[in-house]
Design a protein around this ligand. Structure first.
Ligand code: GDP
Ligand code: MG
Length: 284
C-alpha cells in the first residue's frame, strides 16, 4: 500500500528526525526517485542530510517511463556527479544494482581496512512516499535472502539484512517528505499519486494530466481514450476530458458526460502505466 499522509508541519519534522536517526547508523544511502518525474520526486534536503555518505540514485519504476527520456535523465544526473541507474522493482534483475552497491561500498571498505577494523558497510533506502522503497527492498531481499536462507542464523527478523559477508541493508526504508514548496513539482507528485488526491480536485487533476500527456504523446492519449478530435479543434482541458468520455463511453443518463468517473479512471490508468511508458518531467 502506498503511504497516504497529510504533510502537516509536525509530521514533516518527525519524519525528518526519524530519517536523521537512521542516517547516523549507515555508511551509504540508496535514494529512490520515480523515473517518470525524477527531479520532482526527489527531496532537495537529502543532499544536505547525507553529506559525506556514499549515495546511489535509483530511477525506479523505469518500466513505466519513456526509455529515451530515462537515458537523458541518467546522463543529466551523471553530469551532476551522482551515481544513477534505472530499475524496475517489480520485475527487474538485481545483478546490476547489486554490482553498483558493491562498487559504492568500496570507499567505506577501504577506510575500514586502513583503520584495521573488520566492519560491514551499512546501506539504507530512502525516498518520498510511493516511489517503491518497500518493493525495492523486498526485491533485494528476495535475491540476497534466497541465497542465504540455507545458512542457520540468517533470518529476516533482524533489522539488518546481509546482502553479502561485508554488506548489510536496513530492513525498513527511511521516508523523506515530498517537496511541497514548488507548485509545479507538487502537481507532478499529485499526477503520480504520491500525495493525497484530496489535496486537489480530482477533475482538475485529471484535466491537467490529460493536457500534459497530450502535449508529450498525443498518439498514446488518443489511442487509449479513443479520442475523436477534429484537426482544427483547439485542445482545452475540458475538451480533452469530454472527448475521453465520448470515446470510452463514460456517460450518464441523458448522454451527459460522467466526468467524475472519467477523472478517476484517467488518473488510475496513467498511474498503472496503461496509457504507455510516459515520462511527465523532461530533462532540460
Ligand atoms: N511498475 C512499477 N511499480 C512499482 C515499482 N516499484 C514499486 N511499484 C509500485 O508502486 C507502489 C508503491 O510501492 P511501495 O514499495 O509501497 O512504495 P513506498 O511507499 O516507497 O514504500 C506499489 O503499488 C508498487 O507495486 C516499479 O519499479 N515498477
Ligand atoms: Mg513503504
Amino acid at each position: 500500500m502506498p503511504d497516504r499522509i497529510n504533510w502537516y508541519p509536525g509530521h514533516m519534522a518527525k519524519t525528518r528526525r526519524l530519517l536523521q536517526e537512521q542516517l547516523r547508523a549507515v555508511d551509504a544511502v540508496i535514494e529512490l526517485c520515480d523515473a517518470r518525474a525524477p527531479q520532482a520526486t526527489r527531496n532537495g534536503d537529502l543532499a544536505k542530510l547525507t553529506r559525506g555518505k556514499t549515495r546511489i540514485l535509483v530511477l525506479n519504476k523505469a518500466d513505466l517511463a519513456d526509455d529515451r527520456e530515462t537515458s537523458r535523465w541518467l546522463e543529466y544526473f551523471r553530469r551532476e556527479g551522482l551515481e544513477p541507474m534505472r530499475f524496475n522493482s517489480n520485475g527487474g534483475r538485481t545483478k546490476d544494482i547489486l554490482a553498483k552497491i558493491e562498487v559504492a561500498s568500496k570507499p567505506a571498505l577501504d577506510r575500514f581496512a586502513a583503520r584495521g577494523v573488520k566492519k560491514t558497510v551499512r546501506f539504507m533506502v530512502t525516498g518520498i512516499p510511493n516511489v517503491g522503497k518497500s518493493t525495492f527492498i523486498n526485491r533485494l531481499h528476495g535475491s540476497a535472502i534466497a541465497k542465504a536462507s540455507d545458512r542457520p542464523g540468517v533470518t529476516r527478523s533482524n533489522q539488518w539484512v546481509k546482502l553479502n559477508p561485508y554488506l548489510e541493508i536496513l530492513d525498513t526504508p527511511g521516508m523523506l517528505p515530498p517537496r511541497m514548496d514548488d507548485q509545479e513539482a507538487a502537481r507532478l507528485l499529485a499526477y503520480l499519486g504520491s500525495i493525497k488526491d484530496e489535496i486537489m480536485d480530482t477533475e482538475d487533476l485529471a484535466m491537467g494530466l490529460l493536457m500534459r500527456l497530450y502535449a508529450i504523446n498525443p498518439a498514446a492519449v488518443a489511442q487509449r481514450f479513443k479520442l475523436q478530435l477534429p484537426d482544427d479543434l483547439e485542445i482545452t482541458p475540458h475538451g480533452l476530458l469530454e472527448a475521453a468520455c465520448k470515446g470510452r463511453g463514460w456517460l450518464l443518463s441523458g448522454g451527459r458526460f460522467d466526468t467524475d468517473r472519467a477523472a478517476a479512471l484517467v488518473l488510475d490508468e496513467f498511474r498503472a502505466g496503461k496509457i504507455g511508458k510516459l515520462t511527465i518531467e523532461m530533462c532540460e
